[in-house]
Design a protein around this ligand. Structure first.
Ligand SMILES: CC(C)(COP(=O)(O)OP(=O)(O)OC[C@H]1O[C@@H](n2cnc3c(N)ncnc32)[C@H](O)[C@@H]1OP(=O)(O)O)[C@@H](O)C(=O)NCCC(=O)NCCS
Length: 205
């Protein structure tokens, strides 16, 4: 007699991905700064705003492609509409060695693209004072791992042609990534199945 198995959730089912707020990874940056990295949720608006406030006009422009003096409420609402499936965000904050206040150090996020079940748009931001220490790469690797776990096969990144740090970051993680020019932006497609160079995180307890 055939045994009937109960329906198992498919690996791609949204309900299989509640936001896991307890999973935190500690990483040491090139200059010794320790950062705690974990998933962000809808309640993290104050953290996202604090990180945005630390961005220079150039970084804001490179991230949003327009000068943004302040983060409006509708923008913040979009950035915090995180559901752990269609929209996933991973944030980093510093862990001060001798007390003191943590700094919102950076965030990487993906939004699934309409009409493409296995692709998502990705963005990474590191506050200016902590750039060039390897955090961008760590965050991109973390969000790529999270995307791959959720069945995403390609990350699409829109990058200004003069954004050398982001272009280098993409080449590091996927040297074969291809781009086309669209509305003055490079549109890169980063493959998550082509042997992308992902670091395997050690999860903190
Ligand atoms: C892009 C960004 C996230 C990189 O973050 P980061 O923490 O500085 O990146 P890393 O330290 O991991 O360095 C990544 C690569 O960029 C290079 N890089 C970083 N800053 C650079 C700079 N100012 N000039 C040239 N190269 C730079 C690094 O040398 C490294 O390349 P390598 O591995 O070949 O040596 C950061 O510059 C940023 O937040 N910029 C503003 C927002 C933005 O542009 N986001 C991307 C939109 S999708």
């Amino acid at each position: 007699m055939a045994v009937a198995f109960p329906d198992r959730p498919r690996s791609t089912a949204p309900r299989a991905w509640p936001l896991d707020r307890r999973r935190v990874v500690l990483r040491r940056l090139a200059d010794g700064t320790v950062v705690a990295i974990g998933h962000l949720g809808p309640g993290d608006g104050p953290r996202i705003r604090a990180g945005f406030e630390r961005l220079s006009p150039t970084s804001r422009y490179r991230r949003f492609f327009t000068p943004i003096p302040r983060l409006s409420e509708p923008m913040l609402a979009r950035l915090t509409a995180i559901d752990g499936w269609r929209h996933v965000a991973i944030g980093a904050e510093t862990v001060p060695a001798f007390g003191g206040h943590p700094i919102e150090a950076g965030v990487a996020r993906f939004h699934r693209l309409d009409g493409r079940a296995d692709a998502a748009e990705v963005a990474v931001t590191v506050v200016d004072e902590l750039q060039r220490r390897g955090l961008g790469r760590i965050l991109l690797e973390e969000i790529a791992s999270a995307a791959r776990e959720r069945g995403i096969r390609s990350l699409v990144a829109n990058v200004l042609p003069e954004n050398e740090p982001m272009l280098r970051l993409i080449r590091r993680i996927d040297p074969d990534a291809v781009a086309h020019l669209e509305d003055g932006l490079y549109v890169y497609e980063i493959s998550l199945v082509r042997g992308v160079r992902l670091w395997t995180p050690r999860r903190a307890a």
